[in-house]
Design a binder for this molecule. Structure first.
Ligand SMILES: Cc1ncc(C[n+]2csc(CCOP(=O)(O)OP(=O)(O)O)c2C)c(N)n1
Ligand code: SF4
Ligand SMILES: [Mg+2]
Length: 317
């Protein structure tokens, strides 16, 4: 489980990281909040993969879920509401060496951050994006979000939400150059962990929608799925999210789905009769904008100055 660090040459001794090495401030999320489960999964993944803390960064926007970077003992950036993805894109543009995780919420990503969501998917820069979907604005105490269900009570719609919710899976699959889309749930730690791990190893932007419990403002939202897991369809495939044993037994409905089939992925995403979990779509060969932004990254200072001089010389009069 623990491995030798590869690229730390100054250490007199090999370093081995344990969970505590990734644990930052004590989480202040409510008891039972699904964000806690995802934090544990990411910390375990970091430990299992022996990610160098100084080479790992977690970027977020604003919301309860966006407090994530504070609770990791890595680098982090707690950004502005809706701006997690542009900040993360900036990090990735010139740092291909970093492990990059993004925490965002349904409000953060699917409302104020929608434009950034669309373009980040198209840019396909390597990062693991966790979109915590609790169907509500949690931090600001219960306003309707784009994923709030029709008729749901909230402080902005005390008579019930008047519009049908956006479908983040369908939206993501509609964006040009999408390369990885998965859905998981906070209450199955095995599936949650396996999904984040697969995303971390994906060759591009991996977008995960995490169905996340908010017992404080949306108590019981996912009770029907928890009490009757036949409402969930577990997507299985040799190229999908590997899950066995108790993690898989929790879901009696299983359907084999080839994640390279985007038409079928779109059909599954739009099927309102069941909640899919697993890998809906993956394309390892999608274009990567970070390969373009990283050009010249190995140039020496002298070479950069020389290239700059040459460029400026073009404008000599
Ligand atoms: C520009 C801007 N607009 C609005 C806000 C207020 N605000 C803070 S968090 C939030 C909603 C967060 O909801 P979500 O992203 O779903 O996260 P959750 O708290 O549910 O995890 C809003 C509207 C803000 N901080 N900045
Ligand atoms: S309000 Fe909801 S989302 Fe926020 S910490 Fe509490 S349970 Fe979690
Ligand atoms: Mg939310």
């Amino acid at each position: 489980m623990f491995g030798l660090k590869q690229d730390w040459v100054l250490d007199p001794q090999p370093r081995y990281f344990v969970l505590e090495d990734y644990e930052g401030a004590t989480p202040r999320w409510c008891p039972g909040c699904g964000d806690n489960a995802a934090l544990t999964a990411v910390q375990k993944l970091a430990r299992d993969e022996q990610l160098l803390p100084e080479k790992t960064v977690v970027v977020s926007g604003i919301g309860c879920s966006s407090r994530f970077p504070h609770y990791m003992k890595t680098y982090g950036f707690h950004g502005l509401h809706g701006r997690a993805l542009p900040v993360a894109s900036g990090v990735r543009a010139r740092r291909p060496d970093l492990n990059l995780f993004v925490a965002t919420g349904d409000g953060d990503c699917c409302a104020i951050g929608t434009g950034h969501w669309v373009h980040a998917i198209r840019y396909n820069m390597k990062m693991t994006v966790m979109m915590f979907d609790n169907n509500i604005y949690g931090l600001t105490k219960m306003q309707t979000s784009p994923t709030t269900g029709l008729g749901q009570y909230s402080l902005t719609h005390p008579d019930g939400a008047v519009l049908s919710p956006i479908n983040p899976l369908s939206v993501t699959l509609g964006i040009t150059n999408v390369s990885f889309l998965a859905q998981t749930v906070d209450w199955n730690p095995i599936h949650l962990y396996a999904t984040i791990k697969a995303a971390h190893h994906h060759n591009g932007l991996a977008f995960i929608r995490i169905l996340q419990r908010c017992p404080h403002y949306m108590d019981g939202l996912f009770d029907p799925l928890q009490k009757d897991p036949s409402g969930v369809t577990l997507l299985t495939h040799p190229d999908g999210i590997p899950i066995e044993g108790a993690g898989a037994r929790a879901f009696p409905n299983k359907v084999e789905h080839d994640p390279s089939n985007i038409d079928e992925a779109r059909r599954i995403a739009g099927d309102v009769t069941s909640t899919p979990i697993g890998l809906l779509y993956r394309n390892d060969n999608a274009q990567r904008y970070d390969e373009w932004t990283a050009r010249g990254i190995d140039m020496s200072v002298e070479d950069k100055l020389g290239a700059l001089e040459k460029e400026l010389d073009r404008f000599l009069v």
